[in-house]
Design a binder for this molecule. Structure first.
Ligand SMILES: Nc1nc(=O)c2c([nH]1)NC[C@@H]1CN(c3ccc(C(=O)N[C@@H](CCC(=O)O)C(=O)O)cc3)CN21
Ligand SMILES: CC(C)C(=O)C(=O)O
Ligand SMILES: [Mg+2]
Length: 269
C-alpha cells in the first residue's frame, strides 16, 4: 500500500471517513501504530511530559523533536502501510518567520511530512511562507499547552461567545492562508462541530467531541499509562485482555465507527 499523504486525509474528509492520529515518539511504537491502521503519527511535544518527565511541554527543544522524529520515521518505514508523520514545533521555536522556517527545516529533514504549530491568525505569514517552501502545516488551536502560563492552567477554551466566534474566524482565515489541517484541543463539542463544517480542510480533535474529522490521543494515555490525573477526553483502550497491538486497532476501529469519543469525553459550552 502507498503511504498516507495529505491528499488521502483530505479525501477522507470529503468522503466523511474518520481517521485516527496517535502520538509516537520511538520506532517500535511508530511501526505498531502504523500497522494497526493509524493514519497520522504525531511526534508531539507531549514527549516532554510522557518521555522526559517534565511538568509541561515548555522545556522541549527542536533538537529533542528531531531525535524523536528520526526514530519514528525509521519505525514507520518498516510498517506495511507507512503513516503520515506530523511533528510539533516546540515552545518559542517559531516566534519569528526566520525561526519558524529554520525549525521546520530541521524536523522535515529528520523525516516529518508536516509540522504543527500552536496559535491562531498570527501564524498566517508563517503558514504562507512554509507553504511556498513545500511544507504542509497543521495549526493547533483551543487549549494550546505551550501557553499554559498565559492561560493560568489547562482550561477549556472557546466557551464565551466572543471567543468562540473569534476561533471560528481564525480557522476560516487559516484555511484561506493555505493551512492543511487544523487541530482543536479542549473546546466545546458544538463549537468544534461548527468549525469542522465551516472549513474544507480536515479538523483533528482532542476533547473536542465526535464531530471533528479525526481524533488524536497521547499514546501513553490511551494505553492507561498516565500517572495520576487523567483528562476527561482520555479513554483507556488497553482493556478486555487486549495486547498493545489490539489496543491500537481498537482505537482505530472506534474512531472509524464513531464509537470514540462518547459524549462523556467532550466538553459543553
Ligand atoms: N499525557 C499527556 N496527555 C495529554 O493529553 C497532554 C500532555 N500529556 N501534555 C501536553 C498537553 C497537556 N494537556 C492537558 C492537560 C490537562 C488538561 C485538563 O486539565 N483538562 C481538564 C479540563 C479543565 C476544564 O474543564 O477547563 C479535564 O478535566 O480534562 C487538558 C489537557 C494535553 N496534553
Ligand atoms: C496532545 C496533542 C494534540 C499534542 O499536541 C501533543 O501530543 O503534543
Ligand atoms: Mg503538542
Amino acid at each position: 500500500m502507498s503511504p498516507i499523504s495529505i491528499r488521502s486525509l483530505q479525501a477522507m474528509k470529503a468522503g466523511q471517513e474518520k481517521f485516527s492520529v496517535l502520538t509516537a515518539y520511538d520506532a517500535t511504537f511508530a511501526q505498531l501504530a502504523a500497522d494497526a491502521g493509524v493514519e497520522v503519527l504525531l511526534v508531539g511535544d507531549s514527549l516532554g511530559n510522557v518521555i522526559q518527565g517534565q511538568d509541561s511541554t515548555l522545556p522541549v527543544t527542536v533538537e529533542h523533536m528531531v531525535y524523536h522524529t528520526e526514530a519514528v520515521a525509521r519505525g514507520n518505514r518498516r510498517a506495511k502501510r507507512p503513516a503520515f508523520i506530523m511533528t510539533d514545533l516546540p515552545f518559542m521555536s517559531y516566534g519569528t518567520l526566520e525561526q519558524g522556517l529554520e525549525s521546520a527545516r530541521k524536523v522535515m529533514q529528520a523525516g516529518a511530512h508536516m509540522v504543527k504549530l500552536e496559535g491562531d491568525d498570527w501564524l498566517i505569514p508563517l503558514v504562507e511562507s512554509l507553504g511556498r517552501q513545500g511544507v504542509p502545516v497543521c495549526v493547533h488551536l483551543g487549549l494550546t499547552p505551550q501557553s499554559v502560563n498565559k492561560f493560568g492552567g489547562y482550561r477549556v477554551q472557546g466557551r464565551e461567545d466572543d471567543k468562540a466566534e473569534a476561533m471560528l474566524a481564525h480557522c476560516i482565515a487559516l484555511e484561506k492562508a493555505g493551512t492543511d489541517l487544523l487541530l482543536l484541543e479542549c473546546v466545546p463539542s458544538a463549537l468544534a462541530a461548527r468549525i469542522s463544517a465551516a472549513v474544507s480542510i480536515p479538523v483533528i480533535g482532542i476533547g473536542a467531541g465526535a464531530d471533528t474529522d479525526a481524533q488524536v490521543l497521547v499514546m501513553h494515555d490511551m494505553l492507561g499509562l498516565n500517572s495520576g490525573f487523567t483528562p476527561k477526553f482520555v479513554k483507556n483502550f488497553l482493556t478486555d485482555g487486549r495486547n498493545v497491538q489490539q489496543a491500537f486497532a481498537a482505537y482505530v476501529e472506534e474512531v472509524k465507527s464513531g464509537q470514540f469519543p462518547a459524549a462523556e469525553h467532550g466538553f459543553s459550552a
